[in-house]
Design a protein around this ligand. Structure first.
Ligand code: UT7
Length: 319
């Protein structure tokens, strides 16, 4: 059975930077509060005419170029997003068309901030099972569109962006282990509880979060998952070279790093500049670190994400 390997990464951030000082002029918040509670200093906001598939397209083109793969070679496109362009068709189908290719399998994965972990695990299984040899896996979001910009408890936390990887079938692993978890009993602590029905929007189309409940759940679930992932690969904690975590809160990231015995210079942190970009945060961080030359061939990386659902997941891979 072949393995899957990351052959190239790419990402894209919208041009507009919204920093904490600008937010503090609009709502009752401060740079000091946001930085000390979350680690976030600024985030990007998509232009009015920029859609999730537009961001995904730019990230995908960069990943394809880095992998030396032409879009026509793709036999699978998986897009992780909780902010799709429209209810349907999938953002993956729209992205496929924008890439100028037609015919390969394309679908979205909806696991909110765990979306990239879910999408990567799905594509990995397609490659291992022989259903795909070259896959594009994307995390792309425009969370700025589902935020109540008067709600200081949520609007300071999120940003827009996209990240992508190209996976190729390979004799050498690649992705060693993926783990996916969900617990729908916690679906109300982080949600955007609206639907489209009868010609209108039914319910609240803004993100709602019980921050403390999410924080507690995330710290525990991510620590347990990190241990389970290493155990499944039969590798000790000391073998791990890098943590590429979902970028929600620096205190959650530090807690996972402590649990793994990793110093913070072995943890990829981008949330100070990106905020929480949901499904895009892991591939954005991965691409930034890869392009900075941080990962050496053969190094062991752990990717971990968690969010609404509740859903969480991980991937352990050799670079
Ligand atoms: O991506 C999915 C995963 N998401 C996460 O992992 C997020 C997890 N949760 C968190 O990161 C944190 O819970 C938050 C950053 C959201 C909040 O931090 P906290 O330390 O849990 O603060 P809190 O909600 O307990 O609020 C403390 C105080 C409250 O004031 P009172 O009631 O004590 O007077 C809030 O009203 O801070 C207030 N507050 C703010 N103050 C200034 C809440 N938001 C703000 C704000 N600026 N933006």
């Amino acid at each position: 059975m072949p393995h899957s390997r990351i052959a190239g990464t790419g990402s894209y951030l919208p041009a507009r930077i919204l920093d904490n000082a600008e937010l503090a002029r609009q709502i009752d918040t401060s740079d000091e509060w946001i930085v000390s509670r979350t680690g976030i200093r600024e985030r990007r906001i998509a232009a009015a005419d920029e859609t999730t598939s537009d961001l995904a397209l730019k990230a995908s083109r960069a990943a394809l170029e880095a992998a030396g793969v032409d879009a026509s070679e793709l036999d699978l496109i998986v897009v992780a997003t909780a902010t799709p362009d429209v209810v349907f068709p999938s953002t993956a189908c729209i992205l496929q068309d924008k890439l100028g290719v037609h015919g390969c399998a394309a679908f979205d994965v909806q696991a909110v901030c765990a979306g990239f972990a879910y999408a990567l695990a799905t594509a990995d299984q397609f490659v291992r099972g022989g259903m795909a040899r070259t896959a594009l896996v994307v995390g792309a979001e425009v969370f700025s569109r589902i935020l109540d910009w008067n709600d200081r408890k949520t609007c300071v936390l999120f940003g827009d962006g996209a990240g992508a990887v190209v996976l190729k079938a390979s004799e050498e692993p690649g992705i060693l282990v993926t783990k996916l978890r969900a617990d729908g009993r916690y679906r109300d602590i982080l949600c955007t509880p609206a639907s489209v029905a009868h010609g209108g929007v039914v319910g609240t189309p803004f993100l709602h979060m019980d921050g403390q409940a999410v924080f507690k759940f995330a710290v525990k679930a991510l620590a347990e998952l990190a241990s389970e992932t290493l155990e499944a690969a039969g590798l000790p904690q000391s073998e791990l070279d890098w943590l590429v975590p979902h970028q929600a809160n620096i205190r959650i990231i530090e807690s996972t790093a402590r649990h793994l015995g990793l110093p913070m210079d072995k943890v990829v942190v981008t949330l100070d500049r990106h905020g929480n970009t949901s499904a895009a945060s892991i591939p954005l961080a991965l691409d930034e670190a890869a392009r900075a030359g941080k990962f050496k061939p053969g190094e062991l990386l752990m990717l971990e994400g968690i969010g609404g659902g509740f859903a969480w997941g991980s991937a352990l891979l050799r670079w």
